[in-house]
Design a protein. Structure first.
Length: 261
């Protein structure tokens, strides 16, 4: 049997932390050996500290694990971080400086010049930015981030178009699921029968992250325009590309575009 890498989950009791547990508990490469959360949860059994809200049962092994303090001491060398951005700004570099590989779901360092923002199928070559991080040279630790959830689906569709035709401009709208606001989320009186027309920083994230993901390491090429209202959808976000302008081939047909997707 292949030996699994021990991993830790930082911010394990929240919704994103719970999703990490759900996805990684039976992973062929990783074994969850460490769970950490705030002082309020530290020292408790995970089953007592976390109010499990996912549609699959909380694994019994995980429920019996004791939640550790959110400090690098005693943590494994691979950390999946599920922190709010404000907390991540302080916490994630601390773990990287202690020699940990920090895989972050937070927006805190996505646009840092020496931190890779990665969709593996799109820009795995950007991972060499890790070598530019001071923590990599000093302790071996580093940070890697993933994009905003709406950006991921958009860029997966844009990548082949950018490579084949080039893109000058796109117009995008997304229907944001209320799950994106975390738990307990948006008050029901605000969302039932309603659309919230603006979510702070969502449009900016799609613009800047798309540029970084599709860009070459010596520069970026795409300038998307995004609008992100929030609707009463409980599942994943919906994305609609309303229009755009291709760079090198302005007379591209719908059939040519469909053949690439």
């Amino acid at each position: 049997m292949q030996k699994k890498y021990p991993i830790g989950i930082l911010g394990a009791t929240g919704m994103v932390g719970q999703r990490f547990i759900q996805l990684l508990e039976d992973h062929p490469w990783f074994e969850i050996t460490w769970l950490a959360a705030s002082d309020r949860s530290s020292g408790k059994l995970y089953g007592e500290a976390a109010k499990w809200r996912l549609d699959t049962p909380l694994p019994e092994r995980i429920a019996r694990m004791t939640v550790s303090p959110a400090e690098p001491e005693g943590a494994p060398k691979i950390i999946f971080a599920a922190l709010d951005a404000a907390i991540a700004r302080e916490m994630e570099p601390k773990f990287a400086n202690a020699g940990c590989a920090v895989v972050s779901n937070s927006s805190a360092y996505r646009m840092a010049p020496n931190v890779p923002l990665v969709i593996p199928e799109i820009n795995a070559d950007h991972l060499h930015l890790i070598e530019e991080q001071p923590s990599r040279r000093e302790s071996g630790g580093y940070m890697v981030t993933n994009p905003n959830c709406s950006t991921i689906g958009l860029v997966m569709a844009l990548k082949p178009l950018e490579e084949r035709f080039g893109i000058e401009q796109i117009f995008v709208t997304t229907m944001q699921a209320i799950s994106g606001a975390g738990y307990p989320g948006v008050p029901s009186m605000d969302i039932l029968g309603n659309v919230i027309p603006y979510i702070g920083s969502e449009e900016e994230k799609m613009e800047t992250e798309t540029l970084k993901l599709l860009g070459h390491l010596d520069g970026n090429h795409v300038a998307p325009l995004a609008a992100c209202p929030q609707t009463r959808i409980q599942g994943p976000h919906r994305r609609v590309v309303l229009g755009g302008r291709l760079g090198r081939h302005p007379q591209v047909t719908p059939h040519q575009i469909a053949s690439l997707l």
